[in-house]
Design a protein around this ligand. Structure first.
Ligand SMILES: [Zn+2]
Length: 542
């Protein structure tokens, strides 16, 4: 056999969870041609992997990088993902997908996706098929699978209206979902805490999910509430914890529709929410035991990026640009936010500005809102609303207290340790502003801190939950395992030294221990450096 490359003497961690084994791995024509534990193999090129683990490339199935991939310079912006071992992403999450689109709806589509993008799109595509084809034409740094977002469907069918859809509008959304799924979308995503997902009631979702189930797609969902109280359920302080209610509703919806469910980025927001983590995990387990095809995902940080609008209730988001200048609305908002922050156990120092969106606020990027208030000489609420107003609600923030804080992370560890948990970044990586550490260190942090140092799971299990498990959840075939015939998407790392080096103030520090990353049999990164000009990424269709 004519072998292009042989990776010699590595410990193969094949993604399935089975124990690692010493073998040579051969690559030919971009695929894994042989895995030999017996006779040594030889090829035109050789990488000595003595002392290294050889794993399938990591899958980040909760990515927002689909909003950067259409840009010609995406390989420069997205390099930190590859440098941590990611070879496949799944985009279109939290209800936001760049397709389908329509030129006359471009302004509204731009509006809902503002915080995910680097700049506005010319929308050189309309259908999902055209979107995927245009990415293929341009060449991709890494592999992409994509979900169709509820936000795009609702905006195309209804414009920016907040009420329920008419029967005709709902039928349009179902038709658009069906077309996208037949065009290769892996499934359907919703973001029920952001506009326009926040306006969708369960009957609208159920109708859409029946279509998704009929087409064999997965449903990934950013739930209504990730905290024990939220503005979404009234009266606020009665009944079960809101994150538990939200989880139950989603499990019920999936059961009714018969759809495969992936609960996106399971987090417990605010110090007073942390105590609910066992109840929520138990609820998911019970649904799985009763036969529902359900899983969840999580990232290994107590911070996560979101938009400045995340603390605003639905009534304030509806007509945001007027309300943000309306003193009566602002007085009511201040009362509600104060109450919410107290109830949740979140302070202004837990909210950090990543990207202000306007140059006059750029000097505040990277600071938390307690520091920003001091700089601006304003009370914290006024400082927060100042940034919200000037950025027109588009500023990006990093919120701490997700399942823990620097002093306590039991809920985070419970989520990560759970066998149904796939590992994801959920990061928004653009060229603008300060960064979420997840863009740089997610997978090295799992392998270093949580696997090797804290012993939450063995190495084989850590790799399974960043490769074969998420591939199965999203219905991706041909990635996430080391097996003959599969595409040679591989990561070589040193289990002894692999580590995330990010820290507050150094959120863009590169990781250690990731020795080489291959996509389609080509080395894309080696010893922490990108190999320029390699675009071997493929579009993965359902
Ligand atoms: Zn989300």
């Amino acid at each position: 056999m004519d072998l292009d490359l042989v990776i010699k003497n590595g410990a193969i961690v094949d993604g399935t969870g089975r124990p690692r084994f010493r073998a040579d791995l051969a690559v030919a024509g971009g695929r894994i041609a042989a895995v030999s534990a017996g006779a040594p193999l030889s090829g035109r090129a050789v990488i000595d992997a003595t002392g290294l683990a050889v794993a399938p490339g990591f899958l980040d199935t909760h990515s927002h990088a689909d909003w950067i991939l259409p840009l010609a310079e995406h390989e420069r912006i997205l390099a930190p993902l590859v440098l941590q071992g990611i070879t496949t992403i799944v985009g279109g999450n939290c209800g936001f997908s760049p397709a389908p689109a329509r030129h006359d709806a471009a302004a509204a589509l731009d509006e809902i996706s503002e915080s995910l993008r680097d700049r506005a799109f010319p929308y050189a595509w309309q259908s999902f098929a055209e979107f995927l084809a245009s990415l293929e034409r341009g060449g991709l740094l890494l592999n992409l699978g994509c979900l169709v977002g509820h936000g795009a469907l609702r905006t195309l069918a209804m414009g920016e209206r907040s009420g329920p859809p008419t029967p005709e509008e709902l039928e349009t959304m179902r038709r658009l979902a069906r077309e996208a799924l037949r065009d290769g979308a892996l499934g359907f995503s919703a973001g029920l805490a952001y506009a326009p997902g926040v306006f969708a009631k369960n009957d609208e979702l159920l109708a859409l999910l029946e279509t998704v189930a009929a087409e064999g797609g997965v449903f990934t969902v950013h739930g209504r509430a990730y905290s024990w109280v939220s503005p979404f359920y009234q009266p606020m302080f009665l009944g079960a914890a809101h994150n538990l209610r939200s989880t139950r509703e989603l499990l019920d919806l999936a059961k009714q529709a018969g759809v495969r469910l992936q609960l996106s980025h399971l987090i417990f927001v605010g110090r007073r929410t942390w105590r609910t983590h066992r109840a929520v995990l138990r609820e998911v387990e019970r649904a799985a035991e009763s036969g529902l095809d359900v899983g969840f995902d999580a990232f290994p940080y107590t911070v996560g990026n979101t938009t400045i609008k995340v603390v605003f209730p639905e009534w304030f988001l509806d007509g945001f640009l007027e309300k943000v200048n309306d003193p009566t609305a602002l007085r009511r908002l201040k009362r509600e936010i104060n109450l919410l922050q107290w109830a949740l156990g979140i302070e202004y120092r837990d909210l950090r500005l990543l990207w202000a969106c306007v140059p006059e606020l750029a000097h505040l990027e990277g600071l938390d809102f307690a520091a920003i208030a001091e700089r601006l000489g304003l009370p914290p609420f006024a400082a927060y609303m100042h940034v919200a107003r000037l950025s027109q609600g588009k500023a990006r923030i990093l919120l701490d207290t997700y399942s823990g804080d620097p002093t306590h992370e039991a809920p985070l560890r419970a989520a990560l340790a759970h066998p149904l948990c796939a590992f994801i970044t959920d990061t928004i990586l653009t060229s603008k502003g300060a960064h979420n550490p997840a863009s740089f260190g997610t997978y090295p942090r799992i392998l270093g801190r949580y696997c090797r140092d804290l012993g939450l799971f063995p190495l084989e299990e850590a790799v399974r939950r960043m490769t074969a498990l998420p591939a199965a959840r999203l219905g991706l075939e041909g990635v996430g395992r080391i097996a003959e015939g599969l595409s040679a998407d591989l990561v070589l790392f040193d289990p002894e030294t692999v580590a995330d080096n990010t820290a507050p103030g150094r959120s863009d520090a590169p990781p250690s221990g990731i020795k080489a990353v291959l996509i389609g049999g080509e080395v894309v990164a080696r010893d922490g450096q990108m190999v320029p000009g390699v675009r071997k990424g493929r579009v993965l269709r359902k």
